[in-house]
Ligand binder design. Structure first.
Ligand code: NAP
Length: 286
């Protein structure tokens, strides 16, 4: 007689697997984040780091469904490359030009989405509930991959104008040409001027991160009450946020964006909408 509780007989194929694809990937906080949710909701699934070299990306993606993977997050340096390998790309991932969440469908097709902009807005809505996107222009410092997601989500949320300044001006010009006339480009040397009369300011550069240079844009033109947020979350309280707060601004750190961007993927893969709360923050920070 067979014993159904025998782990040898457990159909492993029914235990969903997910992970994060990157190179390197050991630093990623995603396994800890998703691992917490799996435990909290009692889900029999696993989420693992998947170190994959760029030259092995296509082969790895093709193999994952056969190994029981239902989806993956994608991080540096694969976020752009996966778009060309996906069968279905959401409009927002196509507009941003990068994907961070893949669903490996049972029909073998790869569905690519970008949830960074969703995570960015969800973080502001949770931690600055009085913030009104339509209350004035927003300024975005930086024009890299994350800035593209931020600009797309701000426009989508109803911000009337998004001002951008980036060290390499052409990247900001590119965003303007792709995202339309509500985007206004400022010269990097004039970045301080774009802060005049804004309701929201975002540091979307890597400046201010531990081990990187300082963000030197003067914040004198910021009005008290402006919402300031930073994508950098190491340290959690960046010099940019500290200075903005000193000027009477409301501040929101970047960790919440990381937590919220993970939620749609978890829900699709494991069938449970997860909660972003203080317990999760503590686990990810530990
Ligand atoms: P990226 O594509 O490499 O862009 C980096 C940005 O920083 C560019 O605008 C770049 O300007 C600017 N920059 C770098 N060094 C600079 C310097 N010395 N002087 C002036 N500007 C400089 O990176 P990304 O993916 O957009 O990420 C940007 C930051 O957001 C990173 O710190 C990342 O960790 C963080 N992030 C956080 C979350 C979250 O969930 N909180 C999500 C995504 C990203 P140039 O174009 O001139 O090089």
């Amino acid at each position: 007689m067979s014993d159904n509780s025998d782990p040898v007989n457990t159909p492993l194929a029914n235990i969903p697997l997910a992970g994060v694809l990157g190179w390197p990937v050991a630093h990623s906080r995603s396994p800890r984040l998703h691992g917490h949710w799996l435990k909290r909701y009692g889900i029999a699934g696993h989420y693992v780091p998947l170190p994959v070299r760029p030259e092995h990306l296509a082969e790895a993606l093709r193999s994952l469904p056969k190994l029981g993977f239902v989806g993956v997050n994608v991080t540096i340096p694969h976020k752009e490359a996966v778009l060309a390998l996906a069968d279905v790309v959401t409009d927002r991932a196509a507009l941003i030009g990068a994907a961070n969440t893949l669903i490996l469908r049972t029909d073998g097709k790869i569905h690519a989405d970008n949830t960074d902009g969703y995570g960015f807005i969800a973080n502001l809505r949770q931690n600055a509930p009085n913030w009104r996107p339509d209350s004035g222009p927003a300024a975005v410092i930086g024009a890299g991959g994350a800035a593209r997601a931020v600009v797309a989500s701000l426009l989508d949320a109803g911000v009337p104008e998004v001002r951008i300044a980036n060290r390499t001006r052409i990247r900001a010009e590119q965003i303007r040409s792709e995202f339309g006339a509500r985007v206004v480009v400022y010269d990097w040397g004039q970045a301080a001027n774009m802060l005049e009369g804004i309701a929201t300011v975002v540091n979307a550069t890597s400046l201010g991160m531990e081990g990187k240079g300082a963000l030197r844009v003067p914040l004198d033109a910021l009005s008290p009450g402006t919402l300031a947020t930073d994508l950098v979350y190491t340290p959690l309280d960046t010099p940019f946020l500290i200075e903005a707060r000193r000027r009477g601004c409301q501040t929101v750190d970047g960790l919440g964006m990381l937590l919220h961007q993970a939620a749609p993927g978890f829900e699709r893969w494991f069938g449970q909408r997860p909660e972003v709360d203080d317990q999760l923050r503590a686990v990810v920070l530990a």
